[in-house]
Structure formats: structure tokens, C-alpha cells
Ligand binder design. Structure first.
Ligand SMILES: NC(=O)c1ccc[n+]([C@@H]2O[C@H](COP(=O)([O-])OP(=O)(O)OC[C@H]3O[C@@H](n4cnc5c(N)ncnc54)[C@H](O)[C@@H]3O)[C@@H](O)[C@H]2O)c1
Length: 245
């Protein structure tokens, strides 16, 4: 699936799933902007992509701060003239239930994990509308959006919100030729935040294999390519059947 001459922004692209997506996109001809809170990760990932022969830049900033996002859009447009693809990968998670979670943590998780994709999509979509050549946006939900459970609450709620956000964005941006979808990964690579490494995570799915970032990346590539042009406003579970066990 060719992304030749397409310019893609990957938020949270400095490690794990976002890094996997940027590798696959670059192998398919895309130019990559890695937008990450962590400057070291953003620049290291861009450097790794350039070493593989791709065009890539790393940009530090937060998906929660409008000036950072506007600066990112301006830098990418200055570099390559346009933005065609946005992948909203950045997220953080909580680790407590409703009885214990500090109010501030709830707000922080919602701000990064739900408001962040809204803000990045808003400013990138404004740029895409100005360009007049359409585009593709992929949001990240999670199987945590569906399951409940007692290990976290703000993240689960934010990921549920992503499913609704994706539907509204899809409807509002389709008239501009911008196609919006989401994926809902099961456990993939390292845990969000990196506290538990891939090698220490079990494989609770029908393949009995832990899902890796490249498994998510292949689906994201499909969703931003013309191969999926009749898929709009959907959230696709990529969990190796974990949800039907
Ligand atoms: N890893 C999993 O098992 C898993 C499962 C389901 C869904 N997901 C989703 O997939 C996406 C990627 O997950 P991951 O495991 O690669 O995450 P990760 O924690 O490994 O990486 C996230 C990246 O986002 C960056 N980031 C954090 N806050 C930011 C902010 N405010 N602004 C910009 N960048 C910020 C971090 O610096 C980091 O590089 C997330 O949306 C996550 O919720 C992951």
C-alpha cells in the first residue's frame, strides 16, 4: 500500500506502537513527523527513520497544548508543504479505581487521552481543509473501552469517548474528503507508559501470541490507504480475538 509523497503526523510516535507505525509508513514511502512530549524520543525516532532512508522530523510538544499543536502544524507545512495523514497515538493511563483515583489524575488522563486527539485533529483537519485534497485520520481507542474492570477508570472512559469522537469527526470531516476511523488494540508490545515490557505480558487471545506494534501498524496502514476508502467512522478491534474468548 503506497503512501508515496504522503506526509504523516504520528502523535506519541516516540516509542512502542507509534514508533512501529512510523517505521511501516516510512517503508511505504511516507514522510514522517514524530510529535511527542519527550524531545529525546521524538528526535531519536526521527533519526532512526532517516537512517533507514526516510524523510522524518521529530517535534517536541504536548497534544494538550494548542500552541504546541499549532507550532507542529506550521513546522510540518514549512518542511513539506502539506499534511495528509494524522495518527492520534499519544495517551496516558491511570492505575486505580473510582474509590481511590485522585481527581487531578482523572483530569490529566482525560486531557491527554481524549482532549489531545480532539485538539490535534482540529488543527490538522483545518490545515487539510485549507489544502483541499482530503486526508485520513486514525484515532486510538482500546479494548479497555468495552470491558470495565477494576484496574483503571479514566483511561477506559477516555477510550470509550474516542469511539464517539471518531464517529462525529467522520461525519463532520467526510464532506472535506477527510476519512476518520479508529482502532481498538488489545494488549500490544509494552504496556502504555512502558512500566511492563512486552516480554513480561501474557498472550490472552485466540492466537496465544502477544500482539506487537507492527500488528497494529499494518491495520493503521490499511485505514489510511485507499484500500479502505469505503470504511468511515469505524473502530476496529485489533486484539487477536481477545474480546471473544
Ligand atoms: N500498549 C498497549 O497495550 C495498548 C493497548 C490498547 C491501546 N493502546 C493505545 O495505543 C496507543 C499507543 O500506546 P503505546 O503503548 O505505544 O503508548 P506508550 O506509552 O508506549 O507511548 C506513548 C507515547 O506518547 C507520548 N506522550 C505522552 N503524553 C503525551 C502528550 N501529552 N503529548 C504528546 N505525546 C505524549 C509518550 O512520550 C510516549 O512516547 C495509545 O493511544 C494507547 O492508549 C495501547
Amino acid at each position: 500500500m503506497s503512501l508515496q509523497d504522503k506526509v504523516a503526523v504520528i502523535t506519541g510516535g516516540g516509542r512502542n506502537i507509534g514508533a512501529g507505525i512510523s517505521h511501516l509508513f516510512s517503508q511505504n514511502g511516507a514522510k514522517l513527523a514524530i510529535f511527542d512530549l519527550d524531545l529525546g524520543r521524538a528526535t531519536a525516532q526521527a533519526e532512526a527513520l532517516r537512517e533507514d532512508g526516510a524523510e522524518a522530523i521529530g517535534i517536541a510538544g504536548s497534544v494538550t497544548r494548542t500552541p504546541d499543536i499549532q507550532n507542529m502544524v506550521e513546522r510540518v507545512v514549512n518542511e513539506w508543504g502539506h499534511i495528509d495523514i494524522l495518527v492520534n497515538c499519544a495517551a496516558i493511563s491511570d492505575r486505580q479505581g473510582i474509590l481511590d483515583l485522585p481527581d487531578e489524575t482523572w483530569r490529566e488522563v482525560l486531557e491527554v487521552t481524549l482532549t489531545g486527539p480532539f485538539l490535534c485533529s482540529k488543527y490538522v483537519a483545518q490545515q487539510m481543509v485549507k489544502q483541499g485534497t482530503g486526508g485520513a485520520i486514525v484515532n486510538f481507542s482500546s479494548t479497555s473501552a468495552y470491558g470495565g474492570g477494576n484496574r483503571r477508570i479514566a483511561y477506559n472512559a477516555a477510550k470509550g469517548g474516542i469511539i464517539s469522537l471518531t464517529q462525529s469527526m467522520a461525519a463532520q470531516l467526510a464532506p472535506h474528503g477527510i476519512r476518520v476511523n479508529a482502532i481498538a488494540p488489545g494488549p500490544t508490545g509494552d504496556q502504555v507508559g512502558g512500566a511492563i515490557l512486552a516480554s513480561d505480558r501474557g498472550a490472552h487471545n485466540l492466537l496465544n501470541q502477544h500482539t506487537m506494534p507492527e500488528d497494529q501498524a499494518r491495520v493503521v496502514l490499511f485505514l489510511v490507504s485507499d484500500e479502505s476508502r469505503h470504511i468511515i467512522g469505524q473502530t476496529i478491534r485489533v486484539d487477536a480475538g481477545g474480546g471473544v474468548m
